[in-house]
Ligand binder design. Structure first.
Ligand code: FMN
Length: 186
């Protein structure tokens, strides 16, 4: 190869080598499930994924619990989504560097991830990790959850997500298994 051509191709080759090293690195590490659940549906799905993968699991707990009344939480969440608010959370994952693949689970709140999930993504370093999102919803499916996760974790590889209706979350084992197989995780 001519010297000039070789030099021109060098940046692309380095980027490819870095991406390969990152994916090899993340494949050799453990898996973790991080989730938030207001009324239990996403918790059910998170536990199903744990049963299938054996991944470690962490529930995100807000410093101040959301109201128990549905309508109050819906209107508070609307303000938080509109202002991109990240509420203080009790959860700190000190050993995040041990994990290569992170399942991130959330209810769909106003078309995107819930506020506590925004907080956990913004307060930890997800660089070089693969993120597999799973969302429970009542019609909006993933909404713009994947795009918003990418914005919060620009140095992560965001995989295709799993969307499950909240009312079916307790019986989503077959859907979760199919999704994990599609991603090559099972
Ligand atoms: C604050 C709030 C906002 C919601 N916004 C949406 C929405 O935009 N689209 C949708 O399909 N479902 C929406 N839902 C329904 C939840 O996504 C759904 O019931 C989910 O399964 C709840 O998960 P959880 O039990 O883990 O909290 C909303 C629920 C709440 C509490």
């Amino acid at each position: 190869m001519k010297r000039k051509k070789f030099i021109a191709l060098l940046p692309a080759a380095l980027t490819a080598a870095k991406a390969w090293a990152q994916s090899a690195d993340s494949a050799s590490k453990k898996s973790l499930i991080i989730y938030y659940s207001w009324s239990g549906n996403t918790r059910s799905l998170a536990k199903t994924i744990k049963g299938l993968t054996g991944a470690d699991i962490v529930e995100v707990i807000p410093q101040t619990p959301y109201p128990s009344e549905y309508n109050k939480t819906v209107s508070q969440a609307k303000k938080e989504v509109d202002s991109n608010y990240k509420p203080p959370i009790k959860t700190e994952i000190k050993n995040i560097s041990e994990y290569g693949l992170i399942f991130v689970g959330s209810p769909n709140w106003w078309g995107t991830i819930s506020s506590p999930i925004r907080s956990v993504l913004a307060s930890h370093d997800f660089s070089g990790k693969r993120i597999a999102p799973f969302i429970t919803h009542e019609g909006s499916r993933m909404g713009r959850a994947a795009e918003d996760i990418k914005k919060l974790c620009p140095k992560s590889g965001v995989l295709e997500g799993l969307a499950v209706r909240g009312t079916s979350a307790k019986n989503a084992s077959a859907d979760a298994e199919k999704w994990l197989k599609t991603l090559g995780i099972l």
